[in-house]
Ligand binder design. Structure first.
Ligand code: SF4
Length: 479
């Protein structure tokens, strides 16, 4: 590969990604150029999505752009002209899976040399990933990051006609792009981005480097999108952001925050409003009151805590203590009686002692969570925690995870048992994984319910009498 080739690539730069210079956020309007409108005529695409809801929403945008260019969705990889892997960098195993996928897809490239194989998402924002793709994965034609999805038409044009390799990743604070087309995965529930990026810089997390600084969409753009969804008959929206509670903190010309947004969206009248994900130190009373007074804001809150040890929370740079977290949680429960709260917890953070872990167990006991995502610490290159001394053996970490999950699972069951013999409203989301005649859906408290019913109910909200509570789900009968 010549020196000139290397130079034409826009490669990520961790130093730049770390910067927060208060540069202005520009609001760009997406527009498909005429020359790109039929590039995809009689051609097909596939997008494989990994990781969080934010990536799912980005994949809906990539599909929207490709379909606006004339591409149609392919049933199989074999018949695809474009395959994009929209990747996640949150943990090592997520990344290893992608290297495996890229290896597997090499055969397709051999069979169809015109296949355009693309890598997108958070992994594309990492320096070592680009070096590895350049060195080892020659069959990857296109790499673009989280800040320049809207430039996909250009990249497809270059890959398709000049056969040149495109590697274009911006390590920047980031802008906001509006008017983006979407192909939504569902016709009754939708993701709605309200903000992008994160400035929290938790020491174990790669997101502030891969997603840029916190920047909020203008409320009018969000209203417009939600009103359109309501008119199209959508039943549920989930507001997305790495830290939705920081919504509006970056507005210079108005005092308008997450609680205001929730209250205003509640007026639009879409049946169910959810949001993810939150950070305790930005959670405020206005948000709690919006949930208390709202008609359509679901009584469910995912509030990551990560650890119960103040020493570990400090090393994680989480900006709260065990005590302040519990105070805020109790305040939330007082304001929204019966609310269901789940969390995220990391065990085995570098330097975590058995005493620290017992602090986490004690917090879990006191918090009475109704579920949690629990993980063993995963070192992310480029984050501060990657260089922290870590002497705890993996077995010990796994043992802590096992002990923690026992308590968390009891919380799941307790959270489900409180709905026994009650009639709840369920948004039917599909058929059960295990039985075609059994429908699956979620209650207002985000509990999974399985019950007998006909497929035509998918996408509608039905009443179900709960007859049995299991650890992971409820069983019921439609009434
Ligand atoms: S708040 Fe969440 S996304 Fe932001 S740095 Fe912390 S863990 Fe990562």
């Amino acid at each position: 590969m010549s020196k000139i080739d290397i130079e034409k690539y826009f490669k990520p730069n961790l130093q730049d990604a770390r910067k927060r210079n208060k540069t202005d956020v520009h609001e760009l309007q997406f527009e498909l150029q005429e020359k790109h409108q039929n590039i995809g005529y009689l051609k097909t695409y596939q997008i494989h999505t990994y990781g969080c809801q934010g990536n799912e929403a980005d994949s809906e945008i990539m599909a929207g752009i490709l379909e606006k260019m004339g591409f149609t969705k392919a049933e199989t990889e074999d018949e695809s002209d474009v395959i994009i892997l929209n990747t996640c960098a949150i943990r090592e195993n997520a990344e290893n899976r992608i290297w495996g996928e890229l290896g597997r897809l090499k055969a397709y490239k051999r069979r169809n040399p015109n296949l355009i194989l693309g890598l997108a998402g958070c992994m594309a924002q990492e320096e070592y990933v680009i070096e590895r793709v350049l060195k080892t994965y020659q069959h990857v034609d296109l790499v673009f990051g989280t800040h320049n999805i809207y430039k996909l038409p250009e990249y497809i044009e270059t890959s398709m006609f000049s056969k040149e390799r495109v590697i274009e990743v911006y390590s920047q604070e980031g802008d906001i792009v509006e008017n983006l087309p979407k192909v939504r995965n569902h016709t009754y529930k939708a993701w709605v981005n309200i903000m992008f990026g994160c400035d929290e810089f938790c020491t174990y997390c790669i997101v502030p480097y891969t997603r840029g600084k916190e920047r909020s969409r203008h409320k009018d753009e969000i209203f417009k999108e939600v009103i359109e969804l309501k008119e199209q008959g959508y039943k549920e929206i989930t507001l997305l952001g790495q830290n939705v509670n920081a919504y509006g903190k970056d507005f210079k010309d108005m005092d308008y925050t997450f609680g205001d947004l929730l209250s205003d969206l509640d007026q639009i009248g879409i049946e169910r409003i959810r949001f993810t994900t939150s950070h305790p130190h930005d959670l405020d009373l206005k948000t709690m009151h919006a949930m208390r007074d709202g008609k359509h804001i679901m009584p469910f809150f995912h509030l990551p805590v990560q650890s119960g040890s103040n020493r570990v929370l400090k090393k994680m740079n989480r900006h709260y203590t065990k005590e302040s977290y519990l105070d805020k949680l109790n305040e939330l429960k007082e304001n929204v009686p019966g609310i269901s709260v789940t969390t995220d917890i990391i065990v085995g953070f570098p330097g975590e002692t058995e005493e620290d872990f017992l602090e986490t167990m004690d917090l879990v006991e006191k918090a009475d969570f109704e579920g949690a995502y629990t993980f063993v610490f995963s070192k992310r290159e480029g984050t501060p925690a990657a260089s922290f001394e870590d002497l705890t053996p993996e077995d010990e970490k796994k043992d802590r995870l096992y002990r923690l999950n026992e308590v968390i699972n009891a919380g799941y069951l307790r959270g489900n048992q409180r709905f026994l013999n009650q009639t709840v409203s369920v948004l039917v989301d599909g058929v059960s994984k295990h039985d075609e005649n059994i429908l699956a859906g979620y209650t207002a408290h985000n509990k999974l319910v399985n019950f007998k019913g006909d497929k035509h109910l998918i996408g509608s909200i039905v009443s179900v009498k709960i007859t049995e509570a299991k650890t992971w789900f409820l069983l019921g009968e439609a009434v």
